[in-house]
Design a binder for this molecule. Structure first.
Ligand SMILES: Nc1nc2c(ncn2[C@@H]2O[C@H](COP(=O)(O)OP(=O)(O)O)[C@@H](O)[C@H]2O)c(=O)[nH]1
Ligand SMILES: [Mg+2]
Length: 233
């Protein structure tokens, strides 16, 4: 797996991260990353939901910029991020809505998840309250989300194991019972963060393999209008 920045700026920010990945994937050369045209084959609209403070913004920033802030500013309303991920032969463009999580913004949430192909519900392993809240989000998505929504349950802050209030098995069981996939992550240490997005891309890509010939990304907006997941290739 190789993570690519959507823009050169992102590539630069991720430089050290990409080179780390390259050490484990010798078949990909730096030259390829810089000069090869990575035209996305798929486009995925994704939303992150969960209580305030669970690490939603930190997870996206880790994925998009390879960075982590100990004092991340709370999100106001929602924030939007993009990233391109290379999955074996194809590339996937993620458009990500990172929602705020505070109760006062709850009424806005459907605006983001109704259009989404994938939803990531995040809780913090050191807070049982956030797990309870995550379950409520899942129930809401089941009632009001898209029928084919790919859902992931994410137990973040796995680095805080000494303060753990939610056992891994409890998260895993709830996810299984609700047809979601489950991952324990740490935005702080980067554990499983890229793997989470990779898994979502794989799941959606399986539902829609790319066609052999490509169309220009400039047509992407027209192509994807009204869709939440789109095969661009
Ligand atoms: N120890 C630890 N702290 C984290 C992790 N992810 C986020 N945080 C911290 O938790 C706080 C809230 O994170 P933030 O991303 O703003 O949460 P959000 O409200 O869900 O977007 C910040 O101080 C982050 O630095 C993690 O994986 N481990
Ligand atoms: Mg946030």
């Amino acid at each position: 797996m190789v993570v690519l920045g959507a823009q050169l700026q992102n590539l630069q920010l991720q430089g050290s991260h990409i080179s780390k990945l390259l050490q484990s994937d010798q078949s990909v050369q730096w030259q390829d990353l810089v000069t090869r045209s990575y035209k996305p084959s798929w486009w995925i609209l994704q939303v992150l939901l969960g209580d305030m403070g669970t690490g939603k913004t930190s997870l996206v920033l880790r994925f998009v910029k390879g960075q982590f802030l100990d004092h991340q500013e709370p999100t106001i309303g929602a924030a939007f991020f993009t990233q391109i991920l290379s999955v074996t032969e194809a590339t996937v463009k993620f458009d990500i809505w990172d929602t705020a999580g505070q109760e006062r913004y709850h009424s806005l949430a459907p605006m983001y998840y109704r259009g989404a192909a994938a939803a990531v519900v995040v809780y913090d392993i050191s807070s049982m309250d956030t797990f309870v809240r995550a379950k409520k989000w899942v129930q809401e998505l089941q009632r009001q989300g898209n029928a084919n929504l790919v859902m992931a349950l994410v137990a973040n802050k796995s680095d805080l194991d000494s303060k753990r209030e939610v056992e891994n098995e409890d998260g895993e069981q709830f996810a299984q019972e609700n047809g979601m996939f489950f991952m324990e992550t740490s935005a702080k240490t980067a554990q499983n963060v890229n793997e989470l997005f990779y898994e979502i891309a794989k799941k959606l890509a399986r539902a829609c393999p790319p066609k052999p010939s490509g169309i220009n990304l400039h047509n992407e907006r027209q192509e994807r209008r009204g869709k939440r997941f789109c095969c661009i290739g």
